[in-house]
Ligand binder design. Structure first.
Ligand code: ZN
Ligand code: ZN
Length: 460
């Protein structure tokens, strides 16, 4: 039986006593331990080694017969469930190999991709050297996250209630992330997670509703940036000024639903909110085109969608076609005079119906515009930072080294993430060396490629 972290706050946690359950989480062991038989598993990645949450619903004590790896990122465990008065416990625990785990090992990647060389493999076996190289790559380049809701800025309840957001600047500085595309979600009020796990719209929007909500979300995002002292990237100079330790933000929108079909609102968002990155569609089939998660109704990009792309091209706004159908992407590629971004997804050989993942063909259409595909970090798909790095390597094999980036979707993924905050960045940089990339390639993947596209889009 699968146990979700949310279940720990429900009667299910007690009802499962003595049963075999599966649980995914982050291991926290004592200082310096690389393998352990007795440790805590936590819902969120610890902010530093040995740091565990205090809430009993946020951690589970694990006892296993064999020592389990403590530095592999996410662990997926099976064991016997116990609910005590002060703690939950998993005994006789063992690690389960998730599907795709084997395909994601370095050895398989090393033998499977043309870009990998054996010299890199030899270097990658020294973890200390990797750690140094990871940090050096972050400092040598300008890391950019193509898609993020860090701070909780996509949360409808927080936006509408005026509740505060969590810090964005602190983890960005600590992890060395120089720039984050922080996206408001203007169709947020009209979709939710369905019982089958799909995110779908559940009602129509009222006239003017998504424009008003989008305005509020932009206002609140800017208030957060002022509070945090985070500068906004609006031109090439402000992009150049951002670096590890001195982060900045690109104001983005996931879904152009706030336009409500009014092209003048693109100009308004550019001027009033410094919008520089616009994702055309999200979970609602809007005026711009079809989405991957609903049956197509427009046959791809609409004429209004094409008009929005041309306006973005003219103003200097990056066009993001994440969530769009392949037909939308095909037409967008013929309309846009600047490279396209597909900010958060991963490659699949045969994506299921309504999947957000994409085929190699889909990725190559984006790459052919000179654009970039951001690879995302759901733990269900990439249980460790090494497997995320391997996923990026597979995207590089499909689309080329100049066309892949990171799209964390922080605070936007419904399940566990292997990259839940910016503290993970040095670990990901290390992991990219671990799958055989050299520093100039790591610099491109972690932000250089996106910076090239943004500079091509900006007018000044
Ligand atoms: Zn999304
Ligand atoms: Zn998102």
């Amino acid at each position: 039986m699968r146990m979700a972290w949310a279940d720990l706050e429900t009667p299910k946690a007690r009802q499962c006593d003595g049963q075999t359950v599966e649980l995914i989480g982050f291991p926290v062991a004592g200082d310096g331990e690389t393998r352990s038989r007795h440790f805590l598993l936590t819902a969120e990645a610890p902010c530093c080694p040995g740091c565990a949450p205090s809430a009993i619903t946020a951690s589970v004590e694990v006892l296993s017969a064999d020592p389990l790896p403590m530095r592999a990122g996410v662990l997926r465990l099976s064991g016997i469930w116990h609910s005590g008065p002060e703690a939950f416990r998993l005994t006789q625990a063992r690690a389960i190999e998730p599907p795709g785990w084997k395909a994601a090992t370095r050895r398989n990647v090393l033998t499977g991709g043309p870009l990998i060389c054996l010299a890199a493999c030899a270097a990658a076996t020294d973890p200390a050297a990797n750690a140094e190289r990871g940090k050096a790559a972050i400092e040598a380049g300008r890391s950019i996250d193509l898609h993020s809701h860090a701070g909780g800025i996509a949360n409808v309840a927080r936006i509408t209630s005026g509740e505060g957001f969590s810090s964005v600047a602190v983890p960005m500085r600590a992890g060395g992330m120089a720039v984050a595309c922080l996206a408001i979600v203007s169709d947020g009020p009209t979709h939710k997670v369905q019982p089958d796990g799909r995110i779908r719209p559940f009602r129509e929007s009222g006239a003017g509703e998504l424009y008003r909500y989008g305005t509020l979300a932009f206002e609140r995002l800017h208030a957060l940036l002022r509070r945090e002292g985070l500068p906004v990237v609006s031109d090439r100079a402000s992009l150049q000024a951002a670096r590890a330790g001195a982060p900045a933000v690109i104001v983005s929108a996931e879904g152009a639903d706030f336009l409500e079909g009014d092209i003048a609102r693109v100009d308004e968002a550019y001027t009033r909110w410094s919008l520089r990155h616009l994702q055309l569609t999200h979970y609602r089939v809007n005026e711009l085109g079809d989405i991957q998660t609903e049956p197509p109704v427009h046959g791809g990009l609409t004429d209004f969608g094409a008009e929005v792309i041309r306006r973005c091209n003219r103003l200097g706004i990056v066009v993001d076609i994440a969530h769009g159908t392949i037909d939308l992407v095909k037409r967008a590629a013929t309309v846009s005079t600047t490279p396209l971004i597909l900010s958060h997804t991963s490659l699949a050989s045969n994506p299921s119906r309504y999947s957000r993942r994409i085929t190699v063909e889909h990725a190559r259409i984006v790459a052919a515009t000179g654009g970039v595909i951001g690879i995302w970090p759901p733990a269900s798909e990439f249980p460790t930072l090494s497997s995320l790095a391997a996923g990026m390597a597979r995207a590089v094999d499909a689309a080329g080294i100049d066309h892949v980036g990171l799209g964390s979707d922080i605070r936007g993924l419904t399940g566990l993430s292997v990259f839940p905050d910016y503290y993970q960045l040095p670990g990901l940089a290390d992991a990219l060396f671990g799958v055989g990339f050299a520093q100039p390639e790591v610099v491109k993947l972690l932000g250089g490629n996106y910076a090239r596209v943004l500079e091509a889009c900006l007018r000044y």
